[in-house]
Design a protein around this ligand. Structure first.
Ligand SMILES: *Cc1c(COP(=O)(O)O)cnc(C)c1O
Length: 476
């Protein structure tokens, strides 16, 4: 695979195998002398560095960007992940020099930052119907883990140690992982015939060992849990708490609040709902909201207003730290900017469009959608096609595929979330791609994708045995 295609972008675009783009250091190097005030035993005297012209550099990076697919290349209907377009004004806010504040600075000298922090806590509390919010967790999954720790601390504080967390079978894998990481036993709740929580199954799963029920609402099928008030009562009756997985908050923004439904703890996936980049491992943010009784267990530090200005404080029975300082602050600054720009009306409008777009797109598809009525996302069934092959083939039509094979309640699931950011033209383009693939035979699907930079990659090895440096690859 070491053939150098040079700058012949088009020539290399549709080859049989993967397209190989050499690293800058493989193109042309020059030995550079190093002069430094550091001690000799800590430095070398020379270094090989790429010696390239500016056009070569510009072409290299723009070629890499063309090999990638992102929301700025086309629609990205990855259900549950909410890959929506994030307006770039939020980047300007995060890049403002005033934001570059060292987190160790004395609170008195960074009142503006703490003010924005407190405001964002308030925005999120208001949107979720929660009483207090921590911005510290660095991702949604980290928010779940934090929420589970808070629930654990609450029960222990009451002298009531509990060992179980109940989670529906349609839940995201991170729910199970967060519960297990905190040392709980997971009780899996089978979905009812209609794809929602089955109250009889719930009654059977609950006991005085139940610490928490973790629920996504609308759930991963895009279905609103209509019995949520009764579900909350049942959990509270056995002394348990209710956790809201906020990944699907787009469907409810400005219309309904988890706190009002009876949830005690929730996380916000700010990269799914409030215009921050998906972390891909970080840096992201997954703030957690809690009801009044649970504020005392939140991570430290928190920020609050006093007569003399804002101060940091440690909640009375804090679970400690789940990340450094105030979390990934610049990511959170984007969240605050997005919410402030949209305002109440804009948020309500976003959820309306998210739901309308999902319903319009589903209506156009030749694939069947077994469960409904749904909100901001739907799960179609590829039925006798393999959903993973469908996904690969959609890449050839120039659009990103939906999430596949999950939730397992739907055969060959195509979990689709167009988001509020797309207009009718784009939705029609997506539908055309879906329907073209729906009419194709297995042989065509199995050999896809043909028109991408890389063909089929070994996904299991990529996840289990990642080669994170080109040197490691070289050594193989
Ligand atoms: C994305 C997602 C999560 C995890 O959030 P991250 O921010 O990616 O860690 C949890 N639950 C559901 C339903 C999700 O879609």
């Amino acid at each position: 695979m070491s053939e150098d295609y040079g700058d012949g972008y088009d020539q290399a675009r549709y080859t049989d195998g993967d397209r190989y783009v050499p690293l800058l250091s493989e193109k042309n190097n020059r030995e550079v002398d190093i002069e430094t005030p550091l001690p000799d035993d800590l430095t070398r005297d020379s270094l090989e560095l790429p010696d390239l012209s500016e056009p070569e550099l510009a072409r290299h990076y723009s070629r890499l960007s063309q090999m990638n697919y992102g929301i700025e290349s086309g629609p990205f209907p990855l259900g549950s992940c909410t890959m929506k377009y994030n307006p770039s004004f939020t980047e300007d806010i995060a890049a403002a020099p005033a934001g570059a504040v060292h987190p160790d600075r004395d609170g008195e000298t960074v009142q503006g930052t703490l003010d924005l922090y407190a405001q964002l806590q308030e925005y999120l509390a208001d949107i979720g119907g929660m009483d207090a919010v921590t911005l510290q967790p660095p991702a949604g999954a980290a928010g779940e883990f934090t929420g589970v720790l808070v629930a654990q601390a609450y029960h222990e504080h009451n002298g009531d140690e509990r060992s179980e967390i109940v989670i529906p079978d349609s839940a995201h894998g991170t729910n199970f992982a967060s519960a297990a990481m905190a040392g709980f036993d997971v009780v899996e709740l089978p979905s009812g015939e209609d794809g929602r929580v089955d109250l009889d199954a719930l009654a059977a799963a609950l006991s005085d060992e139940t610490a928490l029920l973790m629920l996504t609402n609308p759930n991963t099928l895009g279905l609103f849990e209509r019995d949520i008030v009764e579900v909350a009562e049942m959990v509270h009756d056995v002394g348990g708490l209710l956790y809201y997985d906020g990944a699907n908050l787009n469907a409810l923004l400005g219309r309904a609040r988890p706190g009002d439904m009876g949830f005690d703890i929730m996380h916000y996936n700010v990269h799914k709902t409030f215009a921050t980049p998906h972390g891909g491992g970080g840096p992201g943010a997954g703030p957690v909201g809690v009801s009044e009784d649970l504020e005392q267990f939140l991570p430290t530090p928190q920020v609050r207003a006093t007569d003399e200005g804002y101060e940091r404080y440690e909640p009375e029975n804090s679970v400690g730290k789940v990340h450094g300082f105030h979390g990934n602050w610049l990511v959170l600054a984007k969240t605050a900017a997005y919410i402030a720009r949209l305002g109440d009306e804009g948020l309500v409008d976003a959820s309306a469009k998210a739901v309308l777009n999902a319903n319009y797109l589903a209506e156009q598809l030749d694939y069947e959608v077994p469960f409904g009525p749904f909100h901001h996302e739907f799960v179609a069934s590829a039925d006798d096609q393999d959903a993973a092959d469908v996904a690969k083939r959609m890449l050839d039509y120039g659009v990103h595929p939906p999430t596949t094979k999950w939730p397992e309640i739907v055969d060959e699931a195509l979990m689709t979330e167009p988001t509020e950011g797309e207009n009718k033209r784009t939705l029609d383009q997506l539908a055309t791609a879906f329907n073209a693939v729906a009419g194709e035979d297995d042989a065509t699907l199995e050999s896809a994708p043909e028109r991408t930079a890389a063909r089929r990659i070994d996904q299991v090895s990529a996840a289990r045995d990642p080669q994170l440096s080109w040197q490691a690859l070289d050594e193989e």
